[in-house]
Ligand binder design. Structure first.
Ligand SMILES: [Cu+2]
Length: 309
């Protein structure tokens, strides 16, 4: 089902209920107006034998009715909207020390976990059934963080951090997307929120805080060397190594993610090689340049990256 029609948190549910209420009201009005127009067309159509029908002007009763009815409807919509606003956007209790800091980049999402001291990209893990304070920032232009099943949209605005409270009801994988046009690869600034039970989340956390695994094969070791030599390290971090760049996604546990490059590609060895050969062909305009690698270099680097579990 379309995600917006399947809310999975106490913050997303009131938005959905409000939508359904307004939709039903609109459908009823549309049906009423359409049938009145059709009825009038037939009932009062011109008949050849008659002259003009009797002419009438003004009707106080009708005018009061069609002023009061929309007024009452608008009051009802106003009340429902105000209630949905307060329940979909409660003041986050953790505003001062967020559980997660989300940073929008052209064109990928960074997720920092301040308590664990690690960061990841485009795949955000959360435990189910808990309040999670999220701080939303941007590294460049305005982006907009939106997971339809979990809550409202929140803008990431330069110099103006925003807060969002997330409270996923149940385990699942929820699609998210940037919902503010932010440049040519805006459409490929997608992400997933992976909600699991608390023990599963803690397992994931324990794995993410670890330093990167050492390359096991000679090919992987060659890749690790190239990663330093080819300046990948200037833009990417791999914890436990010299690589501390902040321009691109943290690659410490690259293989633990299902997709990469703002979810443009599934994380398979072939796709990683394609990406390394020329990212500009896959995400034109993205901030990773074509590194002009030879086929052998691509092979070694891919072997290294595929060992980062
Ligand atoms: Cu965007």
């Amino acid at each position: 089902m379309t995600p917006v029609f399947n809310p999975s948190s106490p913050q997303a549910a009131p938005i959905f209920t409000l939508f359904v209420f307004v939709l039903i009201a609109c459908v009823v009005i549309l049906a009423l107006v359409t049938s009145l127009v059709v009825y009038a067309c037939f009932r009062y159509r011109r008949r050849s034998s008659q002259g003009d029908p009797p002419q009438r002007f003004g009707s106080q009763k009708l005018e009061i009715a069609w002023t009061v009815a929309p007024f009452l409807l608008l009051v009802a919509i106003f009340i429902f909207t105000a209630r949905a606003m307060s329940s979909s956007d409660p003041t986050p209790a953790h505003a001062t020390s967020p559980d997660i800091v989300i940073v929008g980049h052209q064109w990928w999402w960074e997720a920092q976990y301040p308590k664990g001291g690690f960061r990841t990209a485009n795949e955000i893990h959360l435990p189910a059934g808990q309040n999670i304070g999220v701080l939303i920032k941007t590294n460049d232009v305005i982006h907009d963080f939106w997971v339809p099943q979990l809550g409202r949209k929140v803008d990431a605005i330069p110099g103006f951090p925003n807060y969002l409270l997330l409270h996923p009801d149940r385990s699942g994988v929820y699609l998210g997307a940037c919902s503010e046009f932010c440049g040519e690869e805006h459409a490929w600034m997608r992400f997933h929120v992976v909600v699991t039970s608390q023990p599963e989340f803690e397992m994931w956390e324990r794995q993410q805080v670890q330093a990167a695994s050492e390359p096991a094969s000679p090919l992987g070791r060659e890749g690790a060397r190239l990663f330093q030599e080819k300046t990948c390290m200037k833009c990417h971090t791999i914890s436990g190594t010299e690589a501390k760049g902040q321009v691109g996604p943290d690659l410490t546990h690259f293989l633990s993610r299902q997709k990469f490059a703002g979810e443009r590609l599934d994380n398979t060895p072939e796709n990683v090689a394609r990406w390394l050969r020329n990212p500009q062909q896959i995400k034109p305009g993205c901030h990773m340049p074509n590194m002009q690698l030879t086929d052998d270099e691509v092979k070694s680097l891919a072997a290294y990256l595929e060992g980062l579990r």
